[in-house]
Ligand binder design. Sequence first.
Ligand code: S3P
Length: 172
Amino acid sequence: SLTRRIDRPIVLVGLMGAGKSTVGRRLAKRLGLPFVDSDHEIARAAGLSAAEVFEKFGEKEFRDGERRVVARLVDEEPRVIATGGGAFLDEGTRKLLDEKTVTVWLDAPVEVLAERTGRRDTRPLLREGDREKVLAELDAKRRPVYEQAHLRIVSNEQAHGVVVESIISALE
Ligand code: S3P
């Protein structure tokens, strides 16, 4: 079976609102693998929410913590990992992921990102200014980096289940 052939972590990367956590959880369930969210692990280690860590200690400290968390997770049993949107932008984290995991970029249109991130106010990077404009700028800047992921999967308005099946086909 596919599950038996999966010998490395599957890591979802992409912008905030692309569906990394939701799709990741469902993908893990479908494959019978554990699921873990790197933002959640940072929060657990710090005893604060990921947003609080980001705001209190700044982006640099947050990325350092994120890199340590990712380094630990990739050496454990194969699983599905959802990363924070900026994790793959860090050179050290990206190198680790490239060498030890299968990276899947969830590529979603900016309007979809804006709609999904508008439901809850949990992203420090989106607290100020026009959300759609900020996301469009991040998308333009980060796209060339996300393009370095091993797989690109379009994550638009379609149901998360469809995205999960596209990932599974791409892994086969
Ligand atoms: C960030 C994305 C967030 C979180 C932090 C920074 C980013 O994660 O890690 O606020 O730089 O794109 P999500 O992509 O899970 O929202």
